[in-house]
Design a protein around this ligand. Sequence first.
Ligand SMILES: Cc1cc2nc3c(=O)[nH]c(=O)nc-3n(C[C@H](O)[C@H](O)[C@H](O)COP(=O)(O)OP(=O)(O)OC[C@H]3O[C@@H](n4cnc5c(N)ncnc54)[C@H](O)[C@@H]3O)c2cc1C
Length: 514
Amino acid sequence: MSDVLSTDVVIVGGGLGGLSAARHLQEKGIDVVVLEHHTKPGGYAHYFRAGGYRFEVALHALDGLGRGGWARPMFDTLGILDKVEFNRLDPFYTVAFPDFEMSAPTDVDEYIERFGDIFPDERDGVTALFDAIRRVGHDVGQFTADRRSGIRVDMGQMLERYPDMATAFASPWSTFLAEYIESAEARALVTTLWGYLGLPSSKLSAGQFALTLLSYHTAGAWYPTGGSGAMSFAIMEAIVEAGGEVHLRNTVTSIVPEGPNRVTVTTDRGLVVEAKAVVSNASPRATAALLPEDVVTSEWLGEIEGDRPALSTMTVHLGVAADLAADGWNHHEYFAMSGYDFDAEYEAILAGDFTNVGMIVSNYSVVDPRCAPEGKSVIVLTVLAPWNHHDVWGTGGDLEDYGNNPEYLATKEAAGRILIDRAKRLIPGLEGAIEVVKIATPLTNARYMMQPQGSIYGREHSVANMMNRRRPTTPVPNLFLAGAWIGGGGMTAAVGSGQTAAGAAARYLENVSA
Ligand SMILES: Cc1cc2nc3c(=O)[nH]c(=O)nc-3n(C[C@H](O)[C@H](O)[C@H](O)COP(=O)(O)OP(=O)(O)OC[C@H]3O[C@@H](n4cnc5c(N)ncnc54)[C@H](O)[C@@H]3O)c2cc1C
């Protein structure tokens, strides 16, 4: 017999988008039940253990968390600022190009200074670039404040009222950057973080990338003690403390709207939740597949099916029986760049050529030493990765029990070996000290996070997509969406999308009961 629960809002998926929606709804006095497919909360924001090590699944650096940062008030609402220790990364990262290396300070003025030391002829340019980026941030702040106070301007007036935001969001990063920086090497240096958004300069929204740089370099780059999983567990606890319920290992199999403030959600374990509204943290496509066909309009379906998933990642998690930080490898985040042409790299990624692409080497033991046993280290190697490498990673597209498919295992291990060999050439002491190897591919991301094509950022951060964001509302009046597909990729953006979805759901419930 099924269990039946009753609540105000049921949340499908307990990634950061869903958990954030739950906490923001609770703050408005609305009861919630969260249903999560995985054994842990957080979606990508979690960890796994192997061989005595605790491995971060995703997070390298959170943005926007410093005092005055855009994400800080939301994290306050999540109820975790005093429960989780957030460590400021400084330097934020080290980047090595074929001809030079830079340790990038988090503070924007120090960053400009260091950049100018490497490229003296570009010092004025990079100063002007960050001035322009600040102006974009200022316009976005104005736009947000206007919206909150009910001021909405049409597209024609955007350029007049928010000139820097409108210009940046209408351009690719390559065009925006070309106004300020001359040389290909200097352009590449200031674009080091392109992998954090998953598209190269010629395709990437300048507005979105400008905001990313601004957020990290003004409100800091952060990594929590205990990893992103510590954050997710703390949010889950805050939800439960406030009277909500979180049910893990419950995959939602149907969402059936039954009226303006009635919806029934069922899971594979027979749990049934009756609610007034639903917020889905599953991708829009996956959400549509859970609904009865007659409530899904062809217009909405056309829109969401046309959304290209952003790239995925391949990660190689290494348990290393040596204290690499003590031996000199003390970078939390190290970008090993293979060249200066990121468009060419993007093509190499799509072709599954992991030799000639930028690789991030993260030593999590630097900032979170308890992730490894005493005297040992956790190293994670990350590259952006396509879904369709060697015909969907050796499976030919047959994902049934793919983890035991020898072709998949061979394709995964061959790709992983390339990264490990690259890392051995970089890190003194790595050779001979590796005792645990765990490799995650886009298929792993798709399996655990249920994300189409293992996308890690929802839809692509292209100029067109960032100009025309998906809304949290859907053709079903009491169904709302949260997560990277709506708010943009990244953990703080996912938290932001949860806040937005919660606001939309709360307004709806207020109107419907009025
Ligand atoms: C290797 C890697 C590195 C990254 N580095 C960073 C970084 O440094 N900084 C940063 O900000 N971001 C980073 N990201 C990106 C960031 O992790 C994601 O963009 C963000 O966490 C997405 O959150 P989300 O809530 O949209 O989706 P998800 O985390 O995918 O959560 C969706 C949740 O919904 C659940 N779900 C789906 N369908 C169902 C269903 N039917 N029933 C029940 N549950 C369901 C899933 O199990 C999942 O828990 C990284 C990602 C990866 C993979």
